[in-house]
Structure formats: C-alpha cells, structure tokens
Design a protein around this ligand. Structure first.
Ligand SMILES: C[S@@+](CC[C@H](N)C(=O)[O-])C[C@H]1O[C@@H](n2cnc3c(N)ncnc32)[C@H](O)[C@@H]1O
Length: 340
C-alpha cells in the first residue's frame, strides 16, 4: 500500500474524503485543504492514467508522515526527504520545492526550519540545492521534487512525486460578459482540446454569453440558447446566433453539433437526464462541457452514477471523460468529455 496526499479547495476536505472510495482509496486523515489516503501501489504505466478525482487538484503519490521535533530536526528531515526523492538520479534541471504549513503558527516554525534546511542542503547537496525552485509554476502534470507540509507540532507530511489534475487560474478577457468565461476556458485545458474554426457549438443556458463568447472568439459557430439577453462582447458577435428557446426542449438540426455547452442553475440530475444523456445517446454532440451545480445536494452519489455502470453512466458513453471541480468553480463541478 502507498499513501496519497490529496489537496483540494478549503472546505471540501470531507467531500473529497468521501469521494476517494469511488477510486479505490480510503481516507485516513484530513486537514485544511488536504486529505491523506491509503491507496494501492501504482505501476509506472498507471501513473500516466487519470483515475478521475473530482475534488482533488493535486496528489502527492508517495506521501509519508515524518516525526520531527525542533526546527533543526525538521530541517534534517527535509534534507533526507530531498535525498530520498533524487537518490541515484542526476539532477540537471530546476526542480519544484513546495514547503507549506497548516496554519499561521506552524508557518512560523516552518520559516525557521526553511532557512536551516536551505543551509544544510547547500552543504550536503550543493548542485541539487542550487536547482531548488519554490516559484516554479510552469504547467506540468507529473513532477518530481519535494512537497512537504507541516501538519502539526512534530508532524511533517512529505513526498517527492506529485500529479496535478489540471485546474488553474485563467486570464480574463475584457470582452467577456461574465466570469463564467473563465470556467469554460479552464475546462478546455482539462479536456486537452478547445472549439475551433469550422466547429459548431450549442450553448444551453448561454446568457449573458461568456461561454459563447469564448468559443466564438476561437472561430467556432455558436448557437446560444437562452431567454435572457447576451451582453458585452457576446451581444451582436458575428459568430453567435442567439435563440430565445427552452434549453430542455431545444434539439440541434441535422447531424448535431461538434460541442455541447451547458451551464444552467438547475438540478444536476435534471441536466443529466434531460440534456447530457439524451445528447450523448442521440449522437448530437462529440465533445461537451457541462457544469453541474452541486451546492444544494450531495455530489458523491451523483459521481457514483456518472462513473458507474448503470443507466446514468457517463463513463460507458464516453471515450474521454473528466469530472473536476475547477479552480473557477464554486459549489459546482464540470464534466468534460468526448463521446464514443
Ligand atoms: C449561470 S447562467 C449561464 C452563464 C453563461 N455560461 C455565461 O458564460 O455567461 C445560467 C443561464 O441559464 C439560463 N437558463 C436557465 N434555464 C433555462 C432554460 N430552461 N432554457 C434556456 N436557458 C435557461 C438562465 O436564463 C441563465 O442565463
């Protein structure tokens, strides 16, 4: 067995702990913004696959709890943890160093230990120390370095291999009529694809038009379905046709659309049963980005349906499926995928 340390948005630790058994893991402990879990050991091939965490934004795959006492012991434990991560490997590139603490008081202790740790690391592993980078931010799905978190007096959680699940802060666009624009832009990164020229998009519940604007700016042709008005850069955009219709009744003409977008404040089960599943079963879209508002319900049984084998299974209907709580999601989750 190995231990995984998953990180999440603050406030979602208990939900993440309850999600983990869907992916074969058992939570053993949690703290602010993290959940520790027991997991089966993964092979290198499995490390490349995505088990489908929704509420986790990163996972330390080789987490271990180290007992530390004084600042000096903490510094020594951090040096050991670096050595364990790189043993037998030449280090030629800058590597990520993430040192965190659970609260202000622990942060004070960590500050003292950090200075001593950097000093000792320079002494013991000069070259490795010179390549440590606490600011390294470039996108990377799997990185090797040191992730260490002081979680209590005398307790350090450390690991060397971290999988990032793709959530990230996006840049706003001055023409975008809503902050929702950021969600769809982030969702493209999770799917690894975005709408482009000669592609068609149906955007259900489109107003004021952030998602429609995003797709139209990338050259796609958009049908924006909403009784409300489009605003900002979406109003009168040449790539957007606004139809004042009911999204639940709307059906695409001809062979359907390349993309289905849906972002309505509605019951997730209604969106699933009356929109996403019929669209996939009808072959009316190839790709989809569907945001589900889970604030008023328990998202875990819903995730169970989506990943399960039953009638509401999304997994069985999709070639690619990712369901994530995005950086720009609040009490929401976003499903992205590609049909068979
Ligand atoms: C959260 S907003 C969508 C924001 C949009 N994605 C954006 O980027 O600006 C939800 C929209 O769904 C629309 N809506 C709700 N129920 C609808 C229905 N049955 N048919 C069409 N639109 C609907 C609302 O009018 C509202 O404009």
């Amino acid at each position: 067995m190995s231990q995984h340390l998953h990180t999440c948005k603050p406030g979602f630790e208990s939900i993440l702990a309850r999600e983990l058994p869907l992916h074969g893991e058992q939570a053993t402990r949690q703290g602010p913004g993290w959940v520790l879990a027991e997991a089966q050991d993964s092979t290198d091939a499995e490390l490349g696959t995505d088990p489908g965490f929704c509420f986790a934004d990163a996972s330390v795959l080789d987490a271990r709890l180290v007992e530390v006492g004084s600042a000096n012991q903490t510094a020594e434990a951090l040096c050991q943890a670096v050595w364990q991560g790189f043993q037998g490997q030449g280090v030629a590139e800058p590597w990520r160093l993430r040192l965190l603490a659970d609260d202000e008081e622990l942060n004070g202790r960590l500050r003292v230990a950090r200075t001593e740790f950097r000093k000792r690391l320079r002494r013991k592993m000069g070259r490795v120390a010179s390549l440590a980078d606490e600011e390294l931010m470039d996108r990377c799905d799997l990185w090797q370095g040191l992730y260490a978190r002081l979680v209590g007096y005398g307790e350090l959680l450390a690991g060397n291999r971290v999988r990032e699940w793709g959530q990230r802060r996006m840049k706003d666009h001055p023409g975008a009529p809503s902050r929702s624009f950021l969600k769809v832009e982030e969702a493209y990164g999770i799917l690894g694809r975005e709408p482009g020229p000669r592609e068609s998009v149906v955007d259900l519940g489109a107003a004021p038009g952030g998602w429609s604007f995003s797709a139209a700016e990338k050259g796609a042709t958009v049908q924006a379905i909403d009784n409300g008005p489009l605003k900002g850069g979406a109003a009168g955009h040449p790539g957007i046709r606004h139809l004042r219709e009911d999204a639940f009744r709307y059906r695409p003409a001809g062979k359907g659309a390349d993309w289905l977008f849906c972002d309505m404040i509605e019951s997730p089960y209604r969106v699933l049963d009356e929109i996403l599943l019929p669209w996939l079963d009808g072959g009316w879209c190839r790709h989809f980005v569907v945001n589900l508002k889970v604030g008023k319900m328990d998202p875990i049984p819903l995730l169970g349906h989506l990943w399960g084998e039953g009638e509401r299974s999304l997994r069985s209907r999709c070639r690619v499926l990712r369901i994530r709580q995005l950086f720009h999601d609040r009490e929401e989750i976003t499903c992205v995928g590609e049909s068979h």
